[in-house]
Design a protein around this ligand. Structure first.
Ligand code: COA
Length: 330
């Protein structure tokens, strides 16, 4: 009897404050036209100063649990993908567990750049398929505004804050669920996208603060070049692992980092726009939350149907890249 890992609940949250391109024109030397044509972004959501990654994770998780018709104390495990944990320790997963329920269940944070949710889904589905756990909460939550340098126009325009959560459950009487995943990391490209200080390599000091080393640094052009190769590779290899080809894919849900990166994948596979989810215009790059936000939007628009072959694909710091192939529904 094969155990499938199905997505039984999906929830998302974006803070209410919206930062438009026009707002950014007043903060850095940029303009709406540049941002829109180079990235596809019009606006992004920004958390309140006191609002934490865990706060956002909690809101998304409650919605996902409600849809799955589960109480938090019925969960077996929590995985939080994040690059901006509230603190280096304790983990965001432990903080979330305490906010959700008093039941002590295992959980940990997973850090794989913007590919974090893809990694979490791969780990979670494996733990379910091998019979270890039956109900897992997966969360992708990032407060990128906390590490964005609003004096650096090359990065300040790109990022937003949000969270997404999925409940994964074991089912035996279905052909739906996660069919395959493909994961890669290559640390040789680590310097292309990094947060230099605040870890054990460069602990916080007056110098690191003065030199703005606690903000994200990125080589945009090289990251772009990497992304346009990594995304199609991950789509093809994920489908291959599932025994499928691009023709079988009903919906592509790509990481939303730059519309031109998504367009390159669309052209490469000659995809009809109906088969690709794009919502970068309203959220910018929310890292590990882009994919749940895109799935939620697709569902609201009636584009995500039971039985659809859905491919989630992302790339990010590490460098990391990967995909999950899901037969949607539960
Ligand atoms: N507003 C106005 N001008 C800007 C600007 C801004 N916000 N940011 C950069 N520029 C300028 C540059 O200074 C440069 O000026 P110059 O020609 O006078 O030197 C010009 O625009 C072109 O810069 P360039 O970096 O070549 O632009 P680009 O088309 O490559 O776009 C990115 C830059 C960052 C949008 C793009 O490289 C990108 O999206 N990279 C991938 C990033 C990514 O995916 N990161 C997340 C990984 S998870």
């Amino acid at each position: 009897m094969t155990i499938q890992a199905v997505v039984s609940g999906l929830g998302t949250y974006a803070p209410s404050k919206v930062l438009t391109n026009h707002d950014l024109e007043r903060i850095v030397d940029t303009n709406d036209e540049w941002i829109l044509t180079r990235t596809g972004i019009r606006e992004r959501h920004i958390a309140a100063p006191e609002e934490t990654t865990t706060d956002m994770a909690l809101r998304a998780s409650k919605l996902a649990l409600a849809e799955a018709e589960l109480k938090a104390d019925q969960l077996d495990f929590i995985i939080v993908a994040t690059n901006t944990p509230d603190t280096l320790f304790p983990s965001t997963a432990a903080r979330l567990q305490a906010r959700l329920s008093s039941s002590p269940i295992p959980g940990f944070d997973l850090q794989a750049g913007c590919t974090g949710l893809i990694y979490a889904l791969a780990m979670g589905s494996t733990l379910i398929q091998n019979g270890t756990y039956r109900r897992i909460l997966l969360v992708g939550a990032d407060k990128l505004s906390s590490i964005t340098d609003y004096q650096d126009r090359t990065t300040a325009v790109l990022f937003g804050d949000a969270a997404g959560a999925m409940v994964l459950e074991a089912k035996t009487d279905t052909d739906k669920g996660v069919l395959a995943s493909y994961l890669k990391a290559d640390g040789r490209g680590g310097d292309l996208l990094s947060l230099p200080a605040g870890g054990s390599r460069l602990p916080a000091s007056e110098e690191t603060v003065r030199d703005r080393q606690h903000f994200l640094k990125m080589n945009g052009n090289e990251t772009f070049r990497f992304a346009v190769k990594a995304m199609p590779e991950a789509v093809e290899e994920g489908l291959r692992a599932a025994g499928l080809t691009v023709d079988a894919m009903d919906l592509l849900v790509p990481h939303q980092a730059n519309l031109r990166i998504i367009d390159a994948a669309v052209r490469r596979f000659n995809l009809d726009p109906d088969r690709v989810v794009v919502n970068i215009d309203r959220y910018g790059n929310t890292s590990v939350a882009t994919i749940p936000l895109a799935l939620d939007d697709a569902r609201r628009e009636g584009r995500l149907k039971d039985g659809n072959i859905v491919v989630l694909v992302a790339f990010g710091a590490g460098l990391t890249w990967g995909s999950n192939v899901i037969r949607w529904g539960h």
